[in-house]
Design a protein around this ligand. Sequence first.
Ligand code: NAD
Ligand code: IPM
Ligand code: MN
Length: 351
Amino acid sequence: MRIAVIPGDGIGVDVTAEAMKVVRASGDAFGRRFDVETLPWSASHFLQTGVTLPPDGFTLLRAFDAVFVGALGDPRVPDHRHAREILLGMRFELDLYVNYRPVRLLDDRLCPLKNRTTSDVNFVVFRENTEGLYVGVGGRFKAGTEDEIALQEEVNTYKGVHRIVRHAFEYAKAAGRPEVCMADKSNAMTDGHALWQRVFREVSARYPEVAARHLYIDALALQMVQEPAQFSVIVTNNLFGDIITDLGAALQGGLGLAASGNLHPGRTSMFEPVHGSAPPLAGKNVANPMGAVLSAALMLEYLGATDEARAIEAAVRQAVTARQGTRDIGGALGTRETGDYIARAVGKAPA
Ligand code: NAD
Ligand code: IPM
Ligand code: MN
């Protein structure tokens, strides 16, 4: 299996090293070889060369089975050009329309809510990943003056909404999840989100075995905190999905634990932790690598290396309950030591 690895910026570099350490350990445990190629695309590379990614960058990526990314974002690139071209570029150019973000509490003690247990926080968010407010359609007129006009358009297409909603229902059906909850803001965004309403009605009618529910996104945010156990599958647009998956990360014990996959089923897909480059923590051996490690497990599962994926998930869960992790989850280990612990635990996993 050929994997392209883009460690990127800040703690992306720190956590990617650990994720790849654990991937190799899982390969050793089950007799599989992963062919990993590291690409230098990052803020430093951009500042040194003036190149965010080469012109044939996306063609190059398509030759791999999967792409793993640490994080992109650096205060030395204040307009976020490299992050937009590399990270959002991959989502758009590889047409990775499914942003798959599982929200799963691994240990009761990590939940910030009172009296909630692992059975209360276990759902999946499907975030539309190729349109919405992220398309970069807009502009500024009289920028920098008191007459400035700033436009940023939200794009919703039938094709785009349909394929993410359908994916959510297909997932629910296959995984035995009882319900899909669609969240939009159709009470205020009466054009763009009327399309979400229509498509949701159309698609849900084809899945009688899966219940369909709608919540406005603000109400959903409230419910995620008050009663997270009610959710099994959530589907929403690009921006709302971004926001509620940071909220979801908080329910799991923090951004250091949250994993994601950017998928186009059947094609080269990309996997990354939900967190960013956290510049103040970079290079200090303090970042939690578990979100990256769990993202690598999602990648291996996607590639069909299910034994390896399950062993990694079990090893992370074991490390969390044994408090063998970084400070953010109440441990005393560094980034590298946490990676070492998980890699050893993967090696001991029963086949
Ligand atoms: P961030 O996720 O980097 O950090 C938010 C908070 O969470 C900080 O307090 C940070 O210390 C903490 N945190 C994040 N990851 C952690 C980890 N693994 N272990 C322990 N603590 C962790 O978000 P931000 O500060 O808003 O953004 C920093 C930069 O990252 C920006 O340039 C932003 O655009 C970029 N970013 C990139 C991605 C990505 O590449 N997918 C995602 C989010 C943000
Ligand atoms: C994420 C990040 C990105 C997003 C940023 C870095 C553009 O926050 O992956 O959640 O908004 O999608
Ligand atoms: Mn985000």
